[in-house]
Write a protein that binds this ligand. Structure first.
Ligand code: ABU
Length: 386
């Protein structure tokens, strides 16, 4: 690192990528059933969702595809770092909850986010992921020690006690579910600060934060109070037709200045598009994924819209799952160089190419891509879209 460059520097989702962390599948377990999550087998056969460690051959298959991503990124000049997976198969007990085992460390995107020169560890929303940050601490210390400008923030950990969750959420009848979803009420209550980092999308000085099953209003308020004094603008966003929203990166995916890939099944709440229209951004619907939800891998808990979970290597170059030909063709027509990569064996670990990564360094600085934004801080407007 020279005297002026920062090792921790990433302001958006598309600037030229220099350094990134890619998750590992070692020691992964099936995600346990808990108040914030009800894993279910895919397909028509049904059956109980397994518990405990994943079979080694399954882990090997995912690791092989993760290694493919590492090689591809390195071949494009990107420095890639990996976390070390701790033991995950033992029960976890805190003063407020117990869980039979942890999940995995494949998706750093859900836990870790770089906002400019700052690394933020998210509080998280699920018990089996409470301690996931620990897998990244060695790397965080290395970045923090090597870069005197780097700021490291750990958001407040919620209790994840029974009281943090809405009893009965998973059994709500459809009518109640629709009513509550439009009020953005999901499985976590509004009593504690809760957010996953993957509900945030970075656009330079502006950040979008999705209110979801994994991010509540106190979580967004915490982000506003933390980031607004640093000159950043935090915009809560909602996708009311997504009845089980979790993580924004299969819903609203910026690809370069002025262009966002949108999910045709999950339109923005009325009024929230204005920010983009007023600033001449183009919102382009992604084509339908090649698989239906039923055709997704048996243990995968994400939607088929993982198709949109692409990783930008630069504003001109995008890594895309190899089977998603319709999306690749769209990206090609939009002028991108598409790098197709097999990644389907990673899906059951919580996501695809964007989820499985945490960018620490991209070229570029804090730019304003929304000069015509009408923004009021939380201090000026305590409701501020919440
Ligand atoms: N972790 C990303 C999952 C998002 C989705 O299922 O749409």
């Amino acid at each position: 690192m020279n005297g002026t460059a920062s090792l921790v520097n990433s302001w958006n989702e598309w600037d030229p990528l220099r350094e990134i962390v890619v998750g590992v599948a070692d020691n992964a377990c099936f995600e346990p059933r808990e108040p914030g999550h009800r894993p279910q087998l895919r397909g028509k056969d049904g059956g109980a969702f397994p518990t405990g460690p994943k079979p080694p051959e399954m882990i090997d298959r995912a690791n092989e595809q993760l290694a493919g991503l590492v090689s591809l990124l390195r071949s494009h000049g990107v420095t890639v770092r990996r976390p070390e997976a701790p033991r995950l198969a033992e029960p976890v007990r805190t003063p407020s909850f117990e869980v039979p085992h942890q999940y995995c460390v494949v998706c750093p995107r859900d836990v870790m986010i770089t906002v400019g020169h700052e690394i933020v560890e998210a509080p998280m929303s699920r018990r089996a992921r409470y301690f996931e940050y620990q897998a990244y601490r060695k790397l965080v210390y290395e970045y923090w020690n090597a870069d005197p400008r780097a700021v490291w923030t750990v958001a407040p950990k919620p209790s994840m006690a029974d009281s943090m969750y809405r009893e009965g959420f998973w059994e709500w009848p459809l009518e109640k579910r629709h009513r509550e979803m439009h009020a953005s009420e999901f499985c976590v209550t509004q009593d504690e600060v809760v957010f996953d980092a993957a509900d945030i999308s970075r656009f330079g000085r502006d950040l979008l934060v999705q209110e979801s099953m994994t991010t509540n209003r106190p979580g967004i308020r915490w982000l506003k109070r933390h980031l607004e004094p640093r000159g950043l603008r935090v915009h809560p966003v909602h996708f009311p037709l997504d009845f089980f929203p979790s993580h924004i990166d299969c819903t609203f995916v910026p690809l370069r200045p002025g262009l966002v890939l949108t999910n045709p099944d999950r339109p923005l709440r009325k009024g929230e598009k204005e920010l983009f229209l007023r600033n001449d951004w183009e919102l382009i619907d992604a084509p339908r994924p090649v698989s239906s939800d039923d055709e997704m891998p048996r243990f995968c808990q994400s939607s088929a819209w993982l198709s949109m979970n692409v990783l930008s290597v630069s504003p001109e170059k995008v890594v895309c799952e190899e089977a998603e030909r319709p999306l690749q063709e769209l990206l090609d027509r939009l002028g991108f160089e598409v790098l197709p990569l097999p990644f389907r064996d990673v899906f059951e670990y919580g996501g695809s190419l964007h989820c499985a990564t945490w960018d620490v360094n991209r070229e570029g600085s804090a730019r304003d891509y929304f000069p015509r934004a009408e923004y009021r801080t939380l201090a000026e407007d305590p409701a501020a879209g919440l």
